[in-house]
Design a protein around this ligand. Structure first.
Ligand code: RFL
Length: 391
């Protein structure tokens, strides 16, 4: 059990990397903790940036999203003082999102990888990565049958998310920048068609509510939620009542209600591991950085980093040229901090400060002013569009 590159995790990062390395003839294997059905059905992201689509096109991985994804270029902000829409697809760089559920993208990547003869082990959990500073790192795993096993590699790509083995195996010298934004969301998937032809961001005195299309009959909603309250505490009636009120349906018309088929509590947190390379252990995707999901950047960063990492590893294996590997962390961190800054800006835009003191009052007044600037300033709108779709 060995491979030149052992990839931990079969999410967007790991499977993009696996496809690119395998296509270049590099010996790699993907180790995935979950079973195949779980990997193919885990619903999360849905908004792919134009650059993500270009990367997937470049490597022949975009057929599914071209067939079943939908272009999207409008968002709508609703407040107590009325609403406004931004056609961000015609602002900034004029780029649009492609709405394509993450589980469909992951399924496409997996199918392509397997059809090409790529190696993957499901239900194989990485426990730790050892000897990362040396030239022959190893990965201790628990195999599908529960027995311990070991993989030898020349490089280990940690694409196993924020709670994976790669992060647990970082040397003490790794820096972890972390921020808890102090905001909690209840993330919902409703069996209902979208109610707006735009991404909806509603800022209500009760808290934020968000609306994002997924498919013709599934819509994602977010509700700002009391921290510490379990996700199943609210009945469906209470959820729809809160969504109706916060989305100002009395003014803007009703939402299509439907069964809530998934709910999860999301604490808005951001973090970055620095650097992304520790000897022969390289991080990509959520394992490298978690941008709070307020700006829909995570899956897009994962694909971008996977491409940069694949290019660097291909240089290393095919030409013994390690310059791109040396630059990998720096290049990714530039994109990561840009995404982090924008996610932070979005969080500040969408949520009222928690307190009722003078300081909170001041911040709330600034927030209103920011919304007003976004409503009226073309320059601000261009900046928003560029950052919203860009990566
Ligand atoms: P993933 O997708 O979490 O995949 C990691 C894989 O690693 C496996 N794993 C292990 N395997 C072996 N050994 C271990 N010890 C392992 N530990 C874990 C897991 O089973 C899994 O299969 O990470 P990756 O590839 O880095 O991709 C990151 C994205 O999934 C994530 O950033 C996005 O989903 C974030 N995100 C969004 N990003 C966008 O770009 N656009 C969006 O619209 C968007 N919406 C969202 C989101 C995240 C959300 N959640 C999860 C809070 C909406 C939500 C609700």
């Amino acid at each position: 059990t060995s491979a030149d590159v052992v990839i931990l995790g079969a999410g967007p990062a790991g499977l993009t990397l696996g496809n690119l390395l395998h296509a270049a003839g590099i010996d790699c294997v993907v180790l995935e903790r979950a079973d195949r059905a779980h990997v193919r059905t885990r619903a999360r992201a849905g908004f792919l940036a134009a650059n993500t689509v270009r990367i997937l096109e470049r490597h022949g991985l975009a057929d599914g999203l071209h067939r079943r994804g939908h272009p999207h270029g409008t968002c709508e902000f609703r407040t107590g003082n009325g609403s406004f829409r931004l056609d961000y697809g015609t602002l900034g760089r004029g780029e649009r999102h492609t709405v394509y559920p993450q589980q469909d993208l992951v399924t496409d990547l997996l199918t392509h990888y397997l059809d090409a003869g790529g190696r993957i082990r499901f239900e194989t959990e990485a426990r730790s990565v050892r000897e990362v500073t040396g030239p022959r790192p190893t990965v201790d795993v628990r195999e599908a049958d529960g027995r311990p096993g070991r993989w030898r590699a020349r490089y280990v790509a940690g694409c196993d998310g924020r709670h994976g083995a790669a992060r647990r195996s970082l040397p003490a010298s790794a820096l972890r920048h972390h921020r808890d934004h102090g905001v909690t969301w209840l993330g919902l998937l409703a069996e209902a068609p979208p109610s707006l032809d735009a991404v909806g961001y509603a800022m209500h005195p009760d808290g934020f509510a968000g609306h994002m299309a997924r498919t013709a009959d599934i819509t994602r909603y977010y509700l700002q939620y009391e921290p510490g309250v379990p996700g199943d505490a609210w009945s469906e009636e209470r959820i729809w009542a809160a969504l109706d009120r916060r989305m100002y349906t009395a003014e803007h018309g009703p939402l299509h209600h439907g069964r809530i088929v998934q709910r999860s509590v999301i604490n808005l947190e951001s973090d970055v591991v620095e650097p992304l390379r520790h000897g022969s252990l390289l991080l990509a995707g959520d394992a490298a950085s978690l941008p709070a999901p307020a700006a829909a950047k995570g899956a897009n960063l994962a694909v971008l980093e996977a491409e940069l990492l694949a290019e660097a590893l291909i240089d290393e294996f095919s030409r013994s040229d390690s310059r791109a590997l040396d630059r990998y962390s720096r290049r990714c961190l530039d994109h990561i901090w840009r995404a982090q800054e924008f996610a932070h800006w979005m969080i500040q835009l969408l949520h009222a400060p928690a307190g009722a003191d003078a300081e909170s009052f001041f911040h709330e007044a600034m927030r209103r002013s920011r919304v007003e600037s976004l409503r009226t300033s073309r320059t601000h709108q261009d900046w928003f569009a560029e950052n919203y779709v860009g990566i």
